[in-house]
Ligand binder design. Structure first.
Ligand SMILES: CC(=O)CC(=O)O
Length: 681
């Protein structure tokens, strides 16, 4: 057992103030309905992965709206690993999201520079009706792809729900994605309609998107794009001057597009459970992204499950997820409204005009569930800020961090820095399933650094390379899911024989889903720790460990170090893999011999001598994906001798160039006269 992984697993929170009561209610309902005696979360989880009836129970408990019931829960599907769920059922995702039609607030839409607008459920429904009617009048129909390049805004919510109401398939990316990235995605899925923001603001800079729109439109019109709908400037609310339209083929202003609405009532197409709803994109850093098609019923059931049971959402809640429209957390957030709750959509940087103002805003808006990331929390901590001293956060119940592992010191800090009674959750899943494999269980204690439990319905296990379950031994291994669940992708777009889909997930362990995460379970607490991506596992002298272990230690150096990247280097001349650590310094700091030594000593004592990087280098930039995930694999490949053509998923592709020189490390170390960079192992 790797006991050093669990030394910081201290209990930091106990269930209180009704946290977990919805989870308990579901367990009681299942006990009553089936004459069972499930006593706690672990019993409930066991039932949920042994009996597919669980999904029917969940359907009933969550009050899914449908017009025709299913003939059974599950039957064999087109792909052996992916069954068909709820055959015969007819329902509509948007109808479920829009079940409220009253004056309660559905959406609060905020822009970085201070504009805040509230929309009631009745108003939202009105906007969706109008948009859906215009879509139908323009000839859009079930199965058509409707794409958007759009900020996290009220418009995005309206377009997504209108698309679902007519049975079309919605897909979106953030406007900061480069033209190549947009085309890598939308050339594959060939949208019939494309909504585009025309002018946006990020970090106080106004960005004119017209040149990008023109290039995208010229590429997509020959592939079936009927209209590019130009949204007004997010800053001024003004439309693009009509003279500019001629540069964009098939363009139409949103106001003109909506004129096609002849008052047709909102009608929710009644569609099968696995009718395609969203296309999301895998964040591979080279090669074209995989276009992952998700079905409406799976997304609805899984996301509603997470928001109801883990975050305890009711009519009184407001969920604010800091996200772009291209990340799976965006659709997850929409399900809040299916529980009667409000969502807050925020367009902009959390650091402009200042992070203090941003945190006050979250508090003032009465956010009850705040979804953020380790990167944001680390930055707040590094600036010496304590959120609870900036604002009272009177309504905050749940702080949720995802996108990367949250390490034990950050758990401890966040718990103290917001409020001791706030429930801190750190789920992990992915775009591939539009939900989580491991998540919170608010009726159990939280231990620093650990995700509390396997998600309900998800038979998450830990396999060694030979496919043995190593979970009980405390050894790390591959995160696998050994039983089908409702939000398996229904296809990759264009992958006609499902070869790519099966190769992506089911090849390593035939028939078993391999997620590509390296994970360990604490045998004592049963908590789970993601240690990094499994392709990025570090393997010096045959000791396997994840980069997250190193990042946890690096968080002790945030006063001088802004960010770090840890990768293995394999070269044909080496017998072994060596570990390289790159550090990006804060302004005014440099990597000195003393600091490098201190880092090494700290890693040695916190982890082990085998974890100590062979080299530590200062770098000026660290690559990230557009979804804010650190890119290790591409850097590992580059320093190991491969040439990489970055995909549009890389937010800062030029940063990858910085790493080619490390193929010849000895000469870099010499040139930089940085003898101290090589560890004395
Ligand atoms: C829930 C998640 O898995 C989010 C992510 O990390 O992409």
């Amino acid at each position: 057992m790797n006991s050093h992984l669990f030394t910081q697993s201290r209990k930091i929170w106990e269930p209180q103030n009704g946290h977990g009561s919805r989870m308990d209610n579901l367990r009681h309902m299942i006990n009553r309905k089936h004459g069972l005696n499930l006593k706690d979360y672990h019993d409930l989880h066991k039932y949920s992965v042994e009996d597919y009836t669980f999904w029917q129970d969940l359907w009933e408990y969550l009050g899914i709206i449908y017009s025709i019931p299913a003939t059974s829960i599950v039957q064999p599907g087109r792909i052996p690993e992916i069954p068909t769920w709820f055959p015969g059922a007819r329902l509509n995702y948007a109808e479920n999201i829009l079940f409220r039609n009253d004056d309660g607030t559905a959406v609060t839409a905020a822009r970085e520079w201070g504009l805040v607008q509230h929309y009631s459920f009745r108003q939202l429904r009105g906007h969706v009706r109008k948009m859906a009617a215009a879509m139908r009048a323009h000839g859009l129909k079930s199965g058509d792809r409707i794409a958007a390049v759009i900020t996290n805004s009220f418009d995005a919510v309206v377009i997504a729900l209108a698309t679902s109401s007519i049975g079309a398939i919605y897909t979106s990316t953030a406007p900061d994605m480069g033209t190549a990235g947009i085309l890598d995605r939308y050339r594959q899925i060939q949208p019939a309609l494309l909504f585009f923001d025309t002018e946006v603001v990020y970090a106080s800079k106004t960005i004119n998107l017209l040149p990008k729109i023109s290039e995208v439109a010229y590429n997509l019109v020959p592939r079936g794009l009927k209209n590019v709908v130009l949204l007004p400037s997010t800053k001024t609310g003004r439309d693009v001057p009509s003279g500019e339209l001629k540069n964009i083929p098939n363009s139409i202003l949103e106001a003109d597009f909506l004129k096609a609405d002849a008052g047709r009532p909102l009608q929710f197409e009644q569609l099968p459970f696995d009718h395609p709803l969203f296309i999301l994109y895998s964040s591979g850093t080279s090669g074209p992204p995989k276009c992952i098609v998700h079905g409406q019923g799976g997304v609805l059931l899984q996301n509603k499950k997470e928001i109801a049971l883990v975050y305890g959402c009711t009519f009184d809640d407001c969920y604010f997820q800091y996200t772009t429209t291209g990340w799976m957390m965006w659709p997850l957030m929409l399900s809040t409204m299916a529980l009667g709750g409000r969502i807050l959509v925020y367009d902009g940087s959390p650091f402009h005009p200042s992070v203090e103002a941003f945190l006050k805003f979250v508090s003032d808006q009465g956010v009850t569930i705040f979804g953020t990331s380790p990167r944001f929390l680390t930055e707040v901590q590094a600036r010496g800020l304590v959120p609870s001293r900036l604002a009272p956060f009177p309504s905050l119940r749940v702080l949720m961090s995802t996108g990367a592992p949250l390490n034990p010191p950050m758990f401890e800090w966040a718990q103290e820095a917001f409020r001791k009674d706030v429930y801190l959750a750190s789920p992990s899943g992915g775009t591939d399933i539009c939900s989580s494999f491991i998540s919170g269980a608010p009726n159990m204690p939280v231990y620093a650094g650990e995700t509390q439990a396997k998600s309900l319905g998800m038979k998450t296990q830990i396999f060694d390379p030979s496919g043995n379950d190593v979970e009980a031994s405390g050894q790390p291994g591959e995160l696998v899911c050994t039983r089908p669940h409702v939000s398996l992708p229904i296809a990759f777009w264009g992958d006609h024989e499902d070869k790519k889909l099966r190769a992506a997930y089911f090849d390593t362990y035939p028939g078993v889903w391999r997620q590509g995460d390296f994970i360990v379970a604490n045998p004592e607490t049963k908590g789970l720790i993601i240690l990094g991506r499994s392709d990025g596992v570090l393997n010096p002298s045959g000791v396997r460990f994840g980069s997250a272990e190193i990042y946890t230690v690096m968080d002790q150096f945030t006063d001088a170090i802004d960010d770090s990247l840890c990768v293995g280097q394999r070269r044909s001349t080496d017998k072994d893999e060596r570990v390289l650590l790159f550090v990006k310094m804060r302004a005014g700091h440099h990597l000195t011999a003393e600091l490098a030594d201190k880092i090494r000593r700290t890693i040695r004592s916190a982890l082990s001598p085998r974890h100590v990087p062979e080299y530590i280098f200062e770098t000026t930039d660290i690559p990230y994906t557009v979804n804010n995930k650190k890119i290790e694999i591409a850097v590992k490949q580059i320093v190991s001798g491969l040439n990489i053509k970055p995909s549009g998923t890389v937010a800062n592709p030029e940063s990858l160039q910085l790493y080619y020189k490390y193929r010849d490390i000895e000469s870099v170390a010499q040139k930089e006269s940085a003898n101290h960079l090589k560890a004395k192992l």
